[in-house]
Design a protein around this ligand. Structure first.
Ligand code: NAI
Length: 261
């Protein structure tokens, strides 16, 4: 059911072609936002936008590589032009390779930091530029992770980016409050997305076990004993994007079924 308080507002969501970003785009559209589905994979983003439009919502798709600052600025500008404004930016796109610490190369390090950390920084900058031009504040929401709260085996680079995103979120919250901009993060646990299914398969393959065994290994470490659906995360992002979280900034909301506490 749409929320009359967000009707007419506009959200830009990166990584909206699949997984958590797709669920966020669909949820925000259901809430009443017009949504810009930004993704490297434009075919996937187009499908998500088409689905939203067919279901009575309003969406466009834009092609972006979030590690490229110019592309992020250009697609945010395109969003404002095509959807008539901008109120929320969700810096969700990210990649998550699992790499033993001794096998990390400069290429892996640079690629993951460029996309996860660079993409978040450029998304924040582009949001601030657009909000200023529009003459109002807004909400910036960044994807951290359970792996940005505690150390996990083989996730030095990925986890490093997700710790960095929490730090950037806290700093940006202090830097941007005077502009009426809030900045928060969300920290999913283990979500059933193509990214996570790939990691579960790697774990199972390494142990010479079936795929379901890999999934069960993950579930054992979760208090609620089940993996997260993308919609579980999208519900929390809906809260962070909506007016009920107006008095919240610099926070990292943990949605992990009880892994970190
Ligand atoms: P996913 O791999 O299923 O989907 C990521 C989407 O981002 C894809 O559509 C892909 O095309 C897009 N993308 C990748 N690189 C891009 C780039 N350079 N520019 C623009 N788009 C790009 O990932 P998933 O699982 O949905 O993750 C989304 C976010 O949530 C990521 O930041 C991830 O680190 C975070 N996260 C995911 C968890 C999980 O269990 N799946 C757990 C904790 C955090």
């Amino acid at each position: 059911m749409s929320d009359s308080r967000v009707l007419g507002k506009v959200a830009y969501v990166t990584g909206a072609g699949q997984g958590i970003g797709k669920a966020i785009a669909e949820r925000l559209a259901k809430d009443g936002f017009a949504v810009s589905c930004a993704d490297f994979n434009i075919d996937a983003a187009n499908q998500v936008a088409d689905g939203i439009n067919k279901n009575g919502g309003k969406a466009i798709a834009v092609k972006v590589d979030v590690s490229d600052r110019d592309q992020v600025f250009n697609t945010v500008k395109e969003t404002v032009e095509k959807l008539g404004g901008l109120d929320v930016v969700v810096n969700n796109a990210g990649i998550g390779p699992s790499t033993p610490i001794e096998e990390i190369t400069p290429e892996i390090y640079r690629k993951v930091f460029d996309i996860n950390v660079g993409g978040t920084l450029w998304g924040i900058q582009a949001a601030v530029a657009a909000f200023k031009k529009l003459g109002h504040g807004g909400k910036i929401i960044n994807a951290s992770s359970q792996a940005g709260q505690v150390g996990n085996p083989d996730l030095a680079v990925y986890g490093g980016t997700k710790f960095a995103i929490r730090g950037i979120t806290q700093t940006a919250a202090r830097d941007l409050a005077h502009l009426g901009i809030t900045v928060n993060a969300y920290c999913p646990g283990i979500v059933k997305t193509p990214m996570m299914m790939g990691i579960a398969k790697e774990v199972a393959d390494a142990a010479g076990k079936p795929f379901e065994w890999g999934l069960n290994q993950f579930a054992q470490n979760i208090t609620l004993k089940r993996l997260s659906e993308p919609e579980d995360v999208a519900a929390c992002v809906s809260y962070l994007a909506g007016p009920d979280s107006d008095y919240m900034t610099g926070q990292a909301l943990i949605i992990d079924g009880g892994m970190v506490f």
